[in-house]
Ligand binder design. Structure first.
Ligand code: ACO
Length: 851
């Protein structure tokens, strides 16, 4: 084969008798030059690389030719103009099923150390293509390739009976590669939502000829909102409804209709869906109530509605929703119960609640906030917030996304989408803990939601008011380049308050500020101070604080003030927030009634801007992870073994039930030792004084054992003393909706009481792990508080990454708590761990166990 490969062109005979025709490539050859046998399809993806590695001269073209793995075709890898490996897809074993790319390495050729380089290229190719799981199977005879694979970090997952070895390659997915993959999968869905929000024509089912009722109202709103296309009422008998010519079947309309608005009672819904499908509609917005939110029968009707709609090729918004709106001047669609089409703007707004939706639209209107599109999803039986995220991601008319959420249908999908979108378009969300009526979904656990949002860069707000406060700032102002705020005002009291509010919201008052122009300064002088602040390189954002005029007193130049502020806010490249003069500043400048609200909105936006500036994290490969050992450990519920398989070592201990045993264990483990009463939780142990520390001699061990046994029973743990450190807690729990999340905090009653834990979904990226260490409010203790030496942060990050990987890969582990972990300048010690196992569908083991 090596001889063949050296020729310019070769027929390569695979071991099952089929032939692959390969022509050797030259630098600069077009990708298509690799000829292969007929089974390569049009869909062949050519991944072509010039070596980024100095060891390979640029002229040695790297090439990896593959096909969509579902086609199960052959692949050829060429490195440096030589064939490096040839493989097949159609011989894969059963474990390859969920791999993005999977292949059998049949023949591999080594020379000039290309094995590992080849693997790097495969990994790079996979990463660029958004591939996250890579599986290889190596035929038993190919020992060389097997060694290359394992040298490069492939891990043997399984050996089949015929000797084929199954390996998995730990590709470190970058967040951008996840995004690539996601885009590929979901482009089609976004297209169908685009059609829903910009239909060519709309049919209205259920508008009463009497002119009264919900349907007639929606018909009126559509008609009066100035919808650009035809609006056609569909009615069983009336020739005209709401002043428009009606038809009895949508297919009789004679104009293209894409969307149906439905307000017929639930018992009539099936005939409507069938009629809409026959007329070729693409989507339905079902406003009618009486479905899953009502009762069991309603839930069944809802399921049938979705089944029929999908069978007819239609997506469904609702049921039990307020409707949808699109302010694009070329569309002007107001298919909602709200009488007014929102003002046009660049905010996409999703509301899960219909009831709140009308109020939300009215509030947006009052604040002069322009929307691009609005969707109320009601029971969210089909179209979800995730669908809308995909749509807004690709919609050039939307810059900012506001979400009012009550639950997550698919939190993991939300997280992946949000993470990608948040890099270019901010997402602001208020997650109400209310469980939607009729929903079987869990309510929102604040820790999990916090973890999910933090990871995805979602700006989390607590109230609907804040949703708009932050939305207005993001939609109208540039992002701040940092946290330094220049406060300029005309009242020392207010500027001081503003300073405190900024600090309370994670902002920094810029050097030389707050600046008070005094109560008599005119707009001109004020404008000069603002211009100075705007030009100051030490300033990232401006907060304008004007004392409001006294009641009944209108300062002569308030309008001038407003115009001055507007001048800075609309022309500068730094965000400006204004407090007071709220009614006077023109729309487009975020104005707040109080300094606290202004500072809070700015603080959230600064935090988001910082998230966006950081490079996306990667899930780094970890040394010393032994998946085979992990598999053995989980089969036997061996908790300690499982931790060890992920490179997490506990300080050893021994359970003893007599004084001589205690002494023997102390010698074995090494004096000095600590003795702890077994069978008590950690907290109880400390509270009850059931711990004896720093026992340096046999006699001390004996005495301590007797004391503990007398008070707490004969079972006692012996553990070698480890040097003191900052006690921390690393936790992992399986959230039924969100999947595994990893938590970090400092140990101790104070932080436990305050719930001072940071959470992130597993697996952790390097960035997420670092953020976990820095995020608890007590984290300064780790960084060398009051002259102490900082602890080994890298060791903590490494431990978190390991827990994150374990959490991600071991679904049987329901919870894990490493408590305490002593963090020191020279490393860390895990003193104690509890872990619960559970299989899906069963309850987790009861009670934590010491391992
Ligand atoms: C959570 C939130 O607040 S968001 C909003 C959520 N949604 C709601 O709150 C809506 C609540 N209201 C409802 O659900 C109501 O039951 C509705 C809107 C579904 C029905 O309202 P009703 O006025 O009782 O419906 P009604 O049976 O009179 O039918 C309305 C019209 O549809 C017509 N109709 C009946 N079947 C069909 C059909 N297959 N195709 C077209 N039209 C039909 C009827 O003939 C009637 O017109 P008519 O008065 O000229 O004869």
């Amino acid at each position: 084969m090596t001889e063949n490969a050296a020729k310019r062109s070769a027929d390569v005979l695979l071991s099952d008798g089929t032939t692959v025709h390969v022509r050797q490539i030259e630098p600069g050859d077009a990708p298509a030059i690799v000829e292969t046998h007929a089974r390569f399809s049009e869909r062949t993806r050519y991944l072509r690389y010039f070596s980024p590695y100095p060891r390979i001269p640029e002229r040695d073209l790297q090439r990896f030719v593959t096909v969509d793995h579902r086609d199960r075709e052959a692949f050829v890898v060429e490195v440096g103009g030589r064939i490096a490996a040839i493989g097949r897809y159609d011989r894969l074993g059963p474990d390859a099923g969920d791999a993005e790319v999977a292949f059998v390495v049949e023949d591999a050729y080594q020379g000039r150390g290309i094995g590992p380089l080849l693997m790097e290229h495969l990994a790079a190719a996979a990463r660029d293509a958004g591939i996250t799981r890579f599986v290889a199977e190596v035929l038993p005879a190919n020992a060389t390739m097997l060694r290359v694979f394992s040298d490069f970090g492939y891990e043997v997952e399984r050996k089949y009976a015929d000797g084929v070895v199954h390996l998995a390659f730990p590709i470190a997915p970058t967040e951008s590669s996840l995004e690539v993959q996601w885009r590929r999968e979901h482009r089609t869905e976004a297209r169908s939502i685009a059609r829903l929000l910009a239909p060519r024509g709309v049919a209205v089912y259920g508008a009463s000829s009497s002119g009264h009722g919900v349907g007639a109202a929606v018909l009126g709103h559509l008609r009066d909102g100035g919808f650009a296309g035809p609006v056609v009422p569909v009615h069983p008998s009336a020739p005209r409804v709401g002043g428009l010519a009606a038809v009895s079947r949508a297919s009789d309309a004679g104009v293209p209709l894409d969307l149906g608005i439905v307000t017929v009672p639930p018992e009539k819904i099936d005939e409507v869906v069938d009629d809409a499908a026959r007329a070729g509609l693409h989507a339905l917005v079902v406003v009618s109530a009486g479905f899953a939110e009502a009762d069991k029968a309603g839930a069944a009707a809802q399921a049938e509605l979705i089944r029929r709609a999908h069978a007819g090729g239609m997506r469904v918004v609702g049921p039990n929703c307020l409707g949808i709106a699109n302010t694009d001047p070329a569309v002007r669609l107001n298919a909602t119960l709200a009488p007014r089409l929102p003002a046009p703007g660049r905010i996409g707004f999703f509301s899960q609640s219909g009831a709140l939706g009308v109020a939300l639209l009215a509030e947006a209107d009052r604040r002069g906030l322009g929307l691009s599109t609005f969707v109320s999803a009601g029971n969210r039986a089909d179209v979800s917030g995730n669908d809308l995220l995909q749509y807004w991601r690709d919609d050039p008319g939307t810059d900012v996304i506001l979400l009012y959420l009550e639950s997550f249908g698919n939190p993991r999908k939300f997280a992946r989408l949000a993470r990608g979108i948040g890099r270019s378009k901010p997402i602001v969300a208020v997650a109400s803990p209310v469980r939607p009526p009729g929903s079987t979904e869990r309510g929102l656990d604040p820790a999990s939601v916090g973890a999910l949002f933090a990871r995805s860069g979602v700006v989390r707000v607590d109230t609907v008011g804040e949703l708009f406060d932050v939305g207005a700032l993001l939609a109208t102002q540039p992002l701040p380049g940092g946290r330094n705020v220049a406060i300029v005002g005309n009242s020392p009291a207010l500027t001081t308050l503003a300073g405190a509010a900024c600090v309370a919201n994670g902002l920094v008052v810029a050097d030389g500020y707050p600046r008070d122009v005094g109560p008599v300064a005119g707009a001109h002088e004020f404008g000069d101070r603002l211009a100075e602040a705007s030009a100051d390189p030490g300033v990232d954002a401006l907060a304008v604080v004007l004392a409001p005029p006294l009641p009944g007193q209108l300062r002569a130049d308030d309008n001038d003030f407003a115009a001055t502020i507007a001048g800075v806010a609309l022309t500068g490249d730094k965000p400006v927030v204004v407090t007071s003069l709220v009614d006077r500043v023109p729309p487009g400048i975020p104005a707040y009634p109080s300094v606290e609200e202004a500072a809070r909105a700015l603080g959230r936006v600064a935090h988001y801007a910082q998230w966006r500036r950081q490079p996306p994290g990667t899930v780094p490969p970890l040394s010393g992870v032994d998946l085979e050992a992990a598999r053995r450990a989980t089969t036997h519920d061996d908790r300690e073994g499982l931790l060890a398989a992920y490179g997490i070592r506990l300080v050893p201990d021994a359970l003893v039930d007599s004084a001589p045993e205690a002494v023997e264990a102390a010698h074995r483990l090494g004096l000095p030792v600590a003795l702890k009463a077994a069978g008590l939780s950690l907290r109880h142990r400390i509270d009850l004084g059931a711990v004896r520390l720093d026992l340096r001699a046999e006699e001390a061990v004996r005495v301590a054992y007797r004391e503990l046994a007398e008070s707490f029973g004969p079972q006692v743990l012996v553990q070698p003393m480890v040097p003191a450190g900052v006690p921390c807690v690393v936790e992992m729990m399986e959230d039924p909706a969100f999947g595994p999340v990893v938590g970090f905090g400092l140990a101790g009653v104070a932080t436990e009481l305050l719930g001072d834990r940071a959470w992130r979904p597993a697996p952790l990226s390097d960035r997420a792990a670092a953020a976990l260490v820095d995020e608890p409010r007590a984290a300064p203790l780790l960084r060398g508080y009051r002259g102490a030496e900082p602890v080994d942060r890298a060791a903590l990050v490494d431990l978190l990454l390991r827990v994150g990987r374990l959490a991600d890969e071991q679904p049987r582990v329901r919870s894990l708590s490493l408590h305490p972990v002593l963090a020191r300048p020279d490393g860390l010690s895990v003193l104690h761990a509890t872990m619960t196992f559970g299989d899906s569908g069963t309850r987790p083991d009861t009670g934590p166990r010491h391992i």
